[in-house]
Design a protein. Structure first.
Length: 152
């Protein structure tokens, strides 16, 4: 499946995590558009924006990291854009800190309710996370069109 991997990419730990997760998903047979590999920081904000939109338009699903005290605003926009395109959106959270509506939701209800699948996976290894995301992607993938049979 062609995946747009969304998440914060502003610190060395974030960039390192994103690259490792992209590699783990690629090892499971997925094509991954990782914005930090596509964006050129020397480009204008408009050029970066257009490149990221191109990535979502290319993808068949968005996989988004919801870690942090409040999920990254750019990642949230990317999820909303994917939802408007009726694209499966897979959300995950590895952060053990609670946020949301008094423990009733892991993050903003607009994100959790629009997602095709979401999970809270604190203390999960990278390989376990990639395995769960792979399973969710396979579960939410649109069915392949039926192959016409030849008539006799």
């Amino acid at each position: 499946m062609k995946i747009y991997l969304a998440g914060p990419l502003f610190t060395l730990p974030e960039i390192t995590f994103n690259a490792a997760l992209a590699a783990a998903l690629r090892n499971r047979g997925h094509e991954v558009w990782l914005p930090q590999e596509q964006e050129q920081r020397s480009k204008s904000a408009k050029e970066i924006f257009l490149k990221d939109v191109e990535g979502i338009d290319w993808a068949e699903a968005v996989v988004a990291c919801m870690d942090g005290p409040d999920p990254d605003s750019g990642t949230c926009w990317e999820c909303g854009y994917a939802y408007a395109k009726a694209m499966p959106t897979i959300l995950f959270r590895t952060d053990f800190r609670e946020i949301g509506d008094g423990g009733k939701a892991p993050f903003n209800l607009m994100l959790s309710e629009s997602a095709s699948w979401h999970a809270e996976l604190p203390f999960t290894s990278l390989e376990e996370l990639a395995g769960k995301l792979d399973a969710a992607l396979r579960e939410t993938a649109p069915a392949a069109p039926a192959t016409p049979t030849a008539s006799r």
